[in-house]
Ligand binder design. Sequence first.
Ligand SMILES: Nc1ncnc2c1ncn2[C@@H]1O[C@H](COP(=O)(O)OP(=O)(O)OP(=O)(O)O)[C@@H](O)[C@H]1O
Ligand SMILES: [Mg+2]
Length: 312
Amino acid sequence: MSAIVEVSKLVKRFGDLIAVDGVSFAIEQGELFGLLGPNGAGKTTTISMISCLIEPSAGSIAVDGSSVASAPGAVKSALGIVPQEIALYPTLTAAENLSFWGQMYGLAGSELKQAVADALELAGLADRAKERIEKYSGGMKRRVNIAAGILHKPKVLLMDEPTVGIDPQSRNHILETVKQLNASGMTVLYTSHYMEEVEYLCDRIAIMDHGQIIASGTLNELRNVVGGMDVVDVKVTDVSEGVLEDVRAIAGVKQADRTDSALQVLTPSSGSILGKLVATLESEGAHVTSVSVTEPNLESVFLHLTGKSLRD
Ligand SMILES: Nc1ncnc2c1ncn2[C@@H]1O[C@H](COP(=O)(O)OP(=O)(O)OP(=O)(O)O)[C@@H](O)[C@H]1O
Ligand SMILES: [Mg+2]
């Protein structure tokens, strides 16, 4: 199988800042590929170069066999783009907005009408099609944004953090829509900084940080980066930096880092350290509220590779 998206040694500099620093990956036809990374990792910059919106400083990109540098027209017609920022006219209705975007993609007449109806149906908004966008909730606007990206039935859909800041119901709807589109044969590049979404959706995942891909593979391959270790999550209050050092000094603790509300410890054998771990924390005045042992997830992989949390 040959790749439908091929990104090779891609670089983007903004003055002194290297936003994308030698990124390579290939997406096979029909894959749901995840690009996971924290704020400022370079996800949007990468997507913008694939979409021909900004020019790479170096490297090459091919979509469906066409080069972004030499055949941007062919690339654009193979792509559907769901941008991070909402791209809709607030005073027009959802149907009018979609009609506008459909015409931009070269659709007209009954084909355009059908495409708008199909996209509204997929977005779950067929019954609200005639309302102005300004009356829509944030989640509904995002769903229209997705509908706009798929009107021309692109081979490859690029989605840039489509669920940021929306209600759980719209979020679930969007995740199911992405699955459905992929199941119908569309190749999807899905960027997010929510590891749960990427774990749930994606066949293969590239983890990006500071402009570079620091690991890639299937979820299981990425879990192996943490190498057969248990992840111990300790919910704890009043942790000082000194406590972290003491935890790292416990025999059997491979790594210890702070996450949002917890302390995450990697160990080859959780059974042999739990007692000592809790005792160490409490003796330093920290208050342990819960302890759980899980298998590694993408958060622990990221923590293991970078020493920081995805949500810093
Ligand atoms: N037009 C620009 N000019 C200068 N710097 C830029 C520009 N666009 C992006 N950057 C910088 O490049 C880096 C990568 O930004 P980018 O938007 O690609 O990150 P991201 O992974 O999409 O982050 P987020 O999750 O916050 O959307 C950041 O440091 C950002 O400030
Ligand atoms: Mg972004």
